[in-house]
Design a protein around this ligand. Structure first.
Ligand code: AMP
Ligand code: ZN
Ligand code: FE
Ligand code: FE
Length: 285
């Protein structure tokens, strides 16, 4: 079997369930794998140290940006990200995330769902909201443990998804701010799971064309959660707009059941050349 790539993985530094070093070890031999935790680089070094990869492993992060219908996710890849100006933005996001978690906790209790900060932190494997990128999946697990929901998905559908009673937005940056910063710093900015923008194909393409002018480099076409047809549609858009094709599983361990690293739901293949192109793009800048 040809070594594959996975450019979208979460560890317990954010809302995955597996520690970064163990996640890296579980992958086995790969062409390229990148850790992309939400709003944190905390797991990056531990992951890179252990992973058995044919290519040198860059840093990665997934950040939530402002969007009409809530947020969309941007994957950013780069070398030594922690030493760039983007790291300052990520720190600001971490503060916003902590405030948002406290707001979520308040809302839950006002709504009659008796959950505590300690329970959420225990699920996230930490002792304070600052140490890790704690998020809604951790709240979802606590709600399930209390019997307020049947599954993580049920907890989102009832309480945590946008428009539901516990939902609280984060203070966020827009792509107009982060895109040009990434371009300046030579970082590769990629729109994650692009259908989450909720746009039909033609408007998606025109939004992406606008973003490309201000720093967008790639599109996550080979996303585990998408059908082969959707992956083909996105690959066509990427080709038309001269965007880099990327892909990955969005593995979260037990927080997203059914997904495996590298394989997604079983039918994901992110070929070696996708990793090659990503590194070429990083090295060009
Ligand atoms: P947060 O960073 O706290 O906004 O949480 C983001 C995480 O929640 C992502 O990993 C998503 O997979 C998960 N998530 C967001 N919306 C939903 C939803 N409607 N159903 C299930 N999971 C979701
Ligand atoms: Zn996540
Ligand atoms: Fe995402
Ligand atoms: Fe993700």
């Amino acid at each position: 079997m040809q070594a594959r790539c996975d450019l979208h993985l979460h560890s317990d530094a954010s809302d995955g369930s597996v520690p970064p070093d163990q996640l890296a070890a579980n992958l086995g031999h790969v062409h390229l794998a990148v850790l992309t935790d939400h709003d944190t680089l905390a797991g990056s070094a531990a992951f890179a140290k252990v992973v058995d990869s044919e290519l040198p492993v860059p840093d990665g992060v997934e950040i939530s940006l402002r969007w009409e219908s809530g947020t969309f996710h941007l994957l950013v890849y780069g070398n030594s990200l922690a030493r760039t100006e983007l790291a300052t933005r990520i720190d600001e996001l971490a503060v916003a995330r902590q405030n948002r978690n406290l707001e979520l906790l308040d809302r839950a209790n006002q709504y009659g769902l008796s959950i505590t900060e300690e329970e959420v932190l225990a699920v996230a494997g930490t002792t304070d909201f600052q140490a890790k990128s704690v998020g809604r999946p951790h709240f979802a697990r606590v709600l399930v443990d209390h019997g307020y929901a049947e599954s993580i998905q049920d907890a989102f559908d009832r309480y945590l998804a946008k428009g539901r009673p516990l939902y609280s937005p984060k203070t966020l940056f827009g792509f107009d701010e982060i895109g040009p910063l990434c371009a300046d710093l030579g970082l590769v900015a990629v729109v994650a799971h692009p259908f989450s923008l909720g746009l039909p194909l033609s408007s998606l393409a025109s939004t992406l064309a606008d973003y490309r002018r201000i720093g967008l480099v790639g599109l996550e076409c080979l996303y585990a959660g998408y059908t082969p047809e959707q992956r083909t549609q996105l690959t066509q858009i990427a080709r038309d707009l001269d965007l880099l094709v990327t892909g990955g599983s969005d593995y979260h361990g037990t927080f997203k059941p059914g997904l495996e690293p590298l394989k997604g739901f079983g039918d994901l293949v992110v070929p070696a050349e996708v990793g090659d192109r990503l590194l070429e793009s990083l090295n060009r800048s």
